[in-house]
Design a binder for this molecule. Structure first.
Ligand SMILES: Cc1cc2nc3c(=O)[nH]c(=O)nc-3n(C[C@H](O)[C@H](O)[C@H](O)COP(=O)(O)OP(=O)(O)OC[C@H]3O[C@@H](n4cnc5c(N)ncnc54)[C@H](O)[C@@H]3O)c2cc1C
Length: 562
């Protein structure tokens, strides 16, 4: 008989305990952001969700949902088309928690100021339990502003999209307790350039349309409703397409196959064909892009929140391991170079979380008609979507390495995080497209540059490097407007990165402890600090000398033994 640490040949020593049984919401940057942005009242529910997200039982659900990916059932045993996707029970458990906490469209039905901030914080916390099921949750949240372009459809379906009951299965939408929504824009010939869509929409004469064509990516195809782009006689138009028709028969939306994806494996992403599928118009005919862009904008906020959450999750996993694992006679975290890497990850995390929560606050106030916040969001959101999502794979790789070989092994959870990490940068506008959207915002909404600079100026005088950076950015924003199109496009990633990093620095200067703000500005705004290989995109762990790393690590709350 051997104890768990006593085996016949050796003792198991020096392994970190599992990171489980903790409160994922015990995250200072998140909680302070929640209060600042007007949703402090959501704290108790956030902690309840945080404890659930950190529990061993939830971690097991996440493992099962990913190790038993969804299966497509195209036909029943008699050969009738059914076009259903079968999920492991663990997927349904994760969905039940997400929906019962209103992480989907519930905030749209809540007039309380800060409702969207509370929802954003809950999404940030719960997505750390498992990322894949966040896809239908996000799309259901995001479809509402677009759906409101068809008031009659919105009044029929919005209450069901906001209901906090998870009611899976294909049935008549109005007969269900609650609904989920997806989106289908991308076709085989292109996803960025959706104007090239070839799906046709023929008017049915009774206000409805018949859609014929295909979609190359349609995630969460077991949703009840989809916003779809198709070519109507007037041009590209947005439609609402139900999976089940009002008479109870299945709409002609046929699932061809499921994608075999790098990550996001718990979630189903399908290829679909429409063979005269019934749909209702949403918004003006011929104005499909401007209608559906409202959905895209809300999903972009979730990309930033989801990536900030992944950065936090990875940096906590690294710090936890380093607090327990020993090498060369000390805990890993006691080695100066490891402390430097961990502190750098913690800085990236605090900056990403603070910005994500500021944008959630802007979205909340924008939903209530605040013009300045609408302008800020128009520019800051695509910039942040570009930069924060782009940083996530680098953080995941570095955090994984902090666990050494253990981090490369599936059971640690880090490989799943690493595989999922690039996705937020790919969908809802891939990196280049989102960076180019920054230019579009500057060209079409001249007030957005003023809103951005006004936000940064709130930190004026706090840090010399920040002041210099803002002055340079002002010039760059002007130049971007005046430059020849090709030159402006060539520089678009640089501009999106500058906007984001300076906005992060301004937020940290105003709200974070001095040690954090100082370390962020010294490492991100002074590229010459480490012989020209520092700056915001440098590998982690190359921080300049003289920083208070103990304070940075203490602040993150990640090192407390659990
Ligand atoms: C897991 C997953 C799930 C998805 N789910 C959905 C879904 O539910 N619904 C849906 O509609 N779509 C979905 N998508 C599709 C996704 O939105 C598209 O893949 C994405 O928009 C890019 O389109 P594309 O793949 O056609 O690439 P392309 O448009 O061919 O772009 C390829 C590359 O070229 C770049 N590029 C394009 N134009 C320019 C330019 N003018 N200048 C510089 N660079 C440019 C892009 O940034 C990209 O890096 C999903 C994708 C994935 C990976």
């Amino acid at each position: 008989m051997t104890s768990s640490s006593q085996q016949p040949t050796h003792q198991v020593l020096n392994q970190a305990p599992p990171l489980a049984g903790h409160d994922v919401a015990a995250d200072p940057a998140l909680l302070e952001g929640l209060h600042r942005e007007g949703a402090g009242w959501a704290g108790p529910e956030l902690h309840e969700l945080g404890v659930l997200a950190g529990s061993a039982a939830t971690q097991e659900q996440a493992r099962l949902a990913n190790e038993h990916p969804p299966v497509l059932r195209t036909h029943d045993r008699y050969g009738h088309r059914i076009d259903e996707v079968e999920f492991h029970p663990a997927w349904h458990q994760l969905m039940t928690t997400a929906v019962s906490h209103g992480l989907h469209a519930t905030a749209w039905a809540d007039a309380t100021p800060g409702a969207h901030v509370a929802r954003a914080a809950k999404f940030y916390v719960w997505t750390q339990a498992e990322g894949g099921h966040g896809c239908p949750i996000s799309m259901t949240y995001a479809c509402v502003p677009a759906l409101r372009h068809a008031p009659e459809l919105a009044s029929r379906f919005e209450p069901l999209l906001a209901a906090t009951i998870y009611d899976p299965g294909l049935r008549i939408p109005e007969g269900k307790a609650a609904l989920l929504a997806g989106m289908a824009m991308t076709e085989k010939q292109g996803g960025s350039d959706v104007r090239a869509n070839t799906t046709r929409a023929e008017p049915g004469g009774d206000g409805s349309y018949r859609l014929t064509g295909h979609k190359w990516f349609c995630s969460a195809p077991m949703c009840d409703l989809f916003l779809v782009l198709a070519q109507a006689p007037e041009g590209l138009t947005c439609f609402l397409l139900p999976r089940v028709l009002p008479d109870g028969t299945r709409n002609a939306m046929h699932l061809q196959r499921l994608k075999d994806k790098l990550g996001n494996r718990s979630n189903a992403s399908s290829e679909v064909e429409y063979d005269g599928a019934l749909a209702w118009r949403v918004g003006e005919a011929g104005r499909g892009v401007s209608t559906i862009i409202e959905m895209v904008s809300a999903t972009r906020l979730d990309c930033v929140l989801g990536s900030a959450a992944a950065i936090r999750q990875a940096s906590v996993a690294a710090a936890h391991h380093a607090a327990f694992r020993r090498s060369f006679g000390s805990n890993l975290v006691s080695h100066p170079l490891m402390a430097c890497v961990l502190a750098d990850l913690a800085l990236e995390s605090e900056a990403a979380t603070s910005l994500a929560m500021r944008l959630a606050g802007a979205a909340d106030r924008a939903a209530r008609g605040d013009a300045a916040e609408i302008a800020l969001l128009r520019l800051a959101l695509p910039a942040a979507k570009y930069w924060v999502c782009k940083r996530t794979p680098a953080v995941a790789a570095e955090a994984l390495e902090c666990l050494g070989g253990n981090g490369y092994v599936e059971e640690s959870g880090l490989p799943r995080l690493y595989r999922d990490a690039p996705l937020n940068s790919v969908w809802e506008g891939s990196g280049n497209v989102t960076a180019l959207d920054v230019l579009r915002a500057l060209a079409r909404s001249p007030d957005c540059a003023d809103a951005l600079v006004a936000e940064m100026d709130l930190a004026a005088g706090a840090d010399r490097r920040l002041d210099n950076g803002i002055a340079l950015l002002r010039a760059e924003l002007k130049e971007a407007g005046a430059a020849a199109a090709a030159d402006a496009q060539y520089r678009a990633r640089r501009l999106a990165a500058s906007i984001t990093v300076l906005l992060q620095a301004a937020l940290l200067a105003r709200h974070a402890p001095t040690a954090v703000s100082e370390a962020f500005c010294a490492s991100r705004l002074e590229p010459a600090a480490a012989g020209g290989v520092s700056g915001p995109g440098a590998p982690f762990g190359m921080l300049p000398d003289g920083l208070d790393l103990a304070a940075v690590l203490g602040r993150s709350g990640a090192l407390v033994p659990r």
